[in-house]
Design a protein around this ligand. Structure first.
Ligand code: ADP
Length: 211
């Protein structure tokens, strides 16, 4: 069937409009803050594609790929996987869905270079980060939650107090500086990450709806 050329122009314009208006949430916070749990709710509520670099890396580990083997060693120590690897993973995922209303980034970015790379990748798609939602939980509560999760999650990085301590230190040194990056763009929104799961979801939802 020959498509009438007149249909092409409006469709292209609509696509461009959708891209400009995309809702891209960065869900941020230390390990154990509840990013994964809340990301699932937010993805459902706002119809977003959920991208978790932690989940993507664990899929590679489960599939026993070369990348997975390398990531496994790093994750076991509580350190960060190199920027180039996680950025390439996200780049690949951003290419796929053509029609989403937006993305929720969970566990990415985790360094300032990753935050800058995300801006660049979204720019290529005519889009940008809408907001950074930062779940705030104190250190004692994080350690408690992660040790409890370790009893059932089977995650090697949740099993030992020393690894958890490393992860929290890595967060403070390498990840927390991202807050300033988004704050300077007026996108940083701290959210109390303690209380009932539904209560925290409601706080996040309210912040997004006010944008
Ligand atoms: P949590 O937030 O509980 O630490 P994640 O599933 O987000 O759990 O991450 C697990 C591990 O995977 C991290 O400790 C890190 O080693 C690795 N990882 C995940 N995302 C990134 C990222 N964006 N950059 C570097 N390493 C990452």
């Amino acid at each position: 069937m020959i498509e009438p050329i007149i249909e092409y122009a409006p469709r292209k314009m609509i696509n461009e409009l959708i891209h400009i208006e995309m809702l891209n949430l960065v869900l941020f916070g230390p390990p154990g803050a509840g990013k994964g749990t809340q990301a699932l709710f937010l993805a459902q509520t706002f119809n977003l594609v959920h991208l978790s670099t932690g989940d993507l890396l664990r899929q590679e580990i489960a599939a026993r790929t070369d990348l997975g083997r390398m990531a496994d060693e790093i994750i076991r120590k509580g350190e960060l996987v190199p920027d180039s690897i996680v950025i390439a993973m996200i780049e690949e995922k951003l290419k796929k869905p053509k029609t989403t209303v937006g993305f929720i980034f969970d566990g990415f970015p985790r360094t300032v270079p990753q935050a800058k790379a995300l801006d660049e990748l979204l720019r290529k798609h005519n889009s940008k980060v809408s907001v950074m939602l930062c779940l705030e939980v104190d250190k004692a509560e994080l350690i408690d939650r992660l040790l409890k999760r370790g009893l059932t999650s089977g995650r090697c990085d949740d099993a030992e107090a020393a690894t958890i301590e490393t992860r929290i230190n890595v967060y403070n040194e390498k990840t927390a500086p991202i807050i300033k990056y988004y704050e300077s763009q007026g996108k940083y929104h701290p959210i109390k990450g303690v209380g009932d799961i539904e209560e925290i979801t409601a706080r996040l939802k309210e912040t997004v709806e006010k944008l």
